[in-house]
Write a protein that binds this ligand. Structure first.
Ligand SMILES: [Zn+2]
Length: 127
């Protein structure tokens, strides 16, 4: 079973290793979805939504909201933001019955990057 929780944050960035519109400083209202895969435990839940909310707000949203993302990531594409979010929360959300399954980073209403566990593992072996 999958459990999905959404967050939003406003942030600025510019893509320094790219030539086009996004090279200039601009902002987005980002939408972030965190998806866990697991089986319901004794309480009938995979994980308490309130707990996921606390972890993601503390480790991700509080750092990115109203921030200049280039201060954290050199090339803050949606892809790199998704990889960074994965690193921040993977261990925190891990449970005997649940693990991180997907991260979605929406830059606009129609543009989204989906990072799966297998993608993260491929990216990790490259660094
Ligand atoms: Zn942008």
């Amino acid at each position: 079973m999958l459990l999905r929780k959404e967050f939003t944050f406003d942030a600025a960035h510019n893509l320094t290793r790219y030539h086009g519109k996004c090279e200039a400083l601009h902002g987005h209202t980002y939408r972030l979805a965190v998806v866990l895969e697991g089986t319901p435990g004794d309480e009938g839940m995979i994980v308490d939504f309130a707990e996921i909310s606390r972890i993601v707000k503390e480790r991700v949203v509080s750092k990115l909201d109203h921030a200049y993302i280039n201060d954290i990531l050199e090339q803050p594409t949606a892809e790199n933001i998704a990889l960074w979010v994965w690193e921040q929360i993977e261990r925190e959300v891990l449970r005997p019955n649940a693990r991180l399954s997907l991260i979605e980073v929406w830059e606009t209403a129609s543009n989204c990057v989906v990072l799966r566990a297998e993608d993260f593992n491929v990216a990790r072996t490259r660094t």
